[in-house]
Write a protein that binds this ligand. Structure first.
Ligand code: BES
Ligand code: MN
Ligand code: ZN
Length: 499
């Protein structure tokens, strides 16, 4: 989609469809007032008939509005004026995009971008407009044989700005929005692909393809033999139960000087998690193809970073494997030695994410990172604790945790912190090894974080548990692309470019 900037009197703009916002109780937004005047109160008269009040979710398509140049006018409910914040803005923008996508117009002009949500600014508003609109247009149909083609798809959405002097900042916001949207879509598509297509080798190929897009991005893939050489026995113990070979994907983006320490993102890439010998119940097991959403978000964020050409050094690391039951799979009680030298008693083979992550986290030390964030669909307990709205966040560095919390707030992709207190650590005590891979009853998300913390002592670290936020279940089943928006915002802020 193209997003040209528009300014001036909306009633004078020639367009196939002009979008106007109406607050609750038929309260016209500023641009709607202008158009109402030009049309000799046509809008006011229509609204008085009671078709629309202006509540959030409402809309009304009008034809042949007199006194203006637009062929049609789409009215969008904004809700109560006093409650109009960024979240209400996103809802209205999303509604306008879905109605337009069904209305067979190829072009439209949107004045919602002139209605300022509380506590927002032009950059935020423009970027959120783009990411919100693009989200409405995402489709995953590459595994369907009969895809209905949209006859006249929307190609151009003009966005109004009030002041030409802010055009530069608005253009930048639109470019960033497009990059974040593309990164989010990439994450969604990788995650929506089934386990028989999206294998560790497939993820590796995708990463190599990404590397070909920019000379600043170098990608290398470590195979099982190389991992063996590094002593990654925890990671390899998981993939031993699968016929698909494990891969360690290493992506290095250089947008800044050699001297500046990189941010490292580490994403769990379990392309299918059946639980192994501690096998999962069969109901809903298909959703465990999503156990690579952490990896997908690392690739998506990397893609966004490359497109925005951020002046930062960023490393993406993806340990990738399947977790299946097999004659050679991990057995409960098995003890393995991790790359760090710590021995691990595997009391439950379904707690495999931490086994592949711990070796990737030790490997991360070699980059001398400024900060490390791992992203993983790590625990069902996180879904119980926080549901689908917030990702779980734990970390050993308060400043880093606060940066991520703030990035989540401003991108609408929020996280909630859980305590990583020492009190929880003893739940991981093992009778036979240095550490057990499960923490027993209670605090499952926290004890998983505690497990990882044993491998992250050498740098500033935070952990995002995205088990509840990375995909939706039920009739609308599908990946969300989270937390690409949060991570992109985090990187933008670090570059001094964010909100
Ligand atoms: N991939 C799962 C976590 C998961 C479960 C994500 C449900 C989303 C929905 C992870 O590998 C796992 O199986 N974790 C176990 C850990 C337990 C054995 C300590 C879990 O959460 O049940
Ligand atoms: Mn598991
Ligand atoms: Zn898993």
């Amino acid at each position: 989609m193209e997003y040209p900037l528009r300014s001036g009197d909306p009633s004078k703009l020639r367009t196939a469809c002009l979008v106007l916002g109406i607050f609750s109780k038929r309260n016209l937004s500023e641009p709607a007032i202008t158009v109402d005047k030009a049309s000799k109160s046509f809008l006011g008269r229509i609204l008085k008939k009671g078709d629309m009040d202006g509540k959030s979710g409402q809309f009304l398509m009008l034809y042949d509005v007199p006194g203006i140049r637009a062929e049609r006018v789409l009215l969008i409910g904004l809700g109560a004026k006093k409650d109009f914040d960024l979240s209400a803005y996103r809802k209205a923008m999303a509604k306008s995009a879905t109605i337009l996508s069904e209305s067979h117009t190829t072009e439209a002009a949107n004045t919602l971008s002139l209605v300022e949500p509380q506590g927002s600014d032009i950059y935020t508003q423009m970027r959120e407009s783009v990411t919100t609109i693009e989200r409405q247009f995402y489709r995953f149909d590459q595994c369907k044989s009969n895809v209905e083609e949209i006859k006249r798809p929307l190609k151009k959405m003009g966005l109004f700005i009030g002041d030409r002097r802010s055009a530069k900042r608005a253009e930048q916001a639109i470019a960033h929005g497009c990059a974040i949207a593309r990164g989010t879509s990439l994450a969604k598509t990788l995650a929506n692909l089934p386990g028989n297509i999206c294998t560790p080798s497939y993820l590796a190929k995708e990463a190599l393809a990404l590397g070909r897009q920019s000379p600043k991005l170098k990608v290398k893939i470590l195979d099982e033999k190389q991992m063996e050489g590094l002593g990654m026995r925890a990671l390899l113990s998981v993939s031993r139960g699968s016929r698909q070979p494990a891969k360690l994907i290493v992506m290095e983006y250089k947008g800044s000087s050699d001297k500046s320490k990189p941010v490292v993102l580490v994403g769990k890439g379990l392309t299918f998690d059946a639980g192994g010998i501690s096998i999962k119940p069969s109901a809903g097991m298909d959703e465990m193809k999503y156990d690579m959403c952490g990896a997908a978000s690392v690739l998506g964020t990397m893609a966004a970073c490359v497109e925005m050409a951020l002046p930062i050094n960023l490393v993406g690391i993806v340990p990738s494997s399947e977790n299946l039951p097999d004659g050679d799979a991990n057995k409960p009680g098995d003890i393995v030695t991790s790359m760090s030298g710590q021995t691990i008693e595997i009391l439950n083979t379904d707690a495999e994410g931490r086994l592949i992550l711990c070796d990737a986290l030790t490997y991360t030390e070699r980059f001398n990172p400024a900060a490390v964030i791992d992203i993983a669909t790590l625990t069902g307990a996180c879904v119980v604790a926080l549901g689908a709205h917030a990702s779980g966040l734990l970390g050993t560095d308060d400043a880093l945790v606060n940066e991520l919390l703030a990035a989540g707030e401003s991108s609408g992709d929020r996280a909630w912190q859980l305590p990583l207190w020492d009190d929880y650590q003893e739940q991981l005590d093992s009778n036979f090894a240095d550490i057990a891979n499960i923490g027993g009853k209670g605090g499952g998300t926290i004890t998983a974080g505690c497990f990882l913390s044993r491998f992250t002592k050498k740098y500033k670290w935070a952990h995002l548990d995205i088990a509840g936020t990375a995909w939706k279940s039920g009739a609308q089943k599908g990946a969300t692309g989270r937390p690409v928006p949060m991570l992109s915002e985090f990187l933008l802020k670090r570059c001094g470019l964010g909100k």
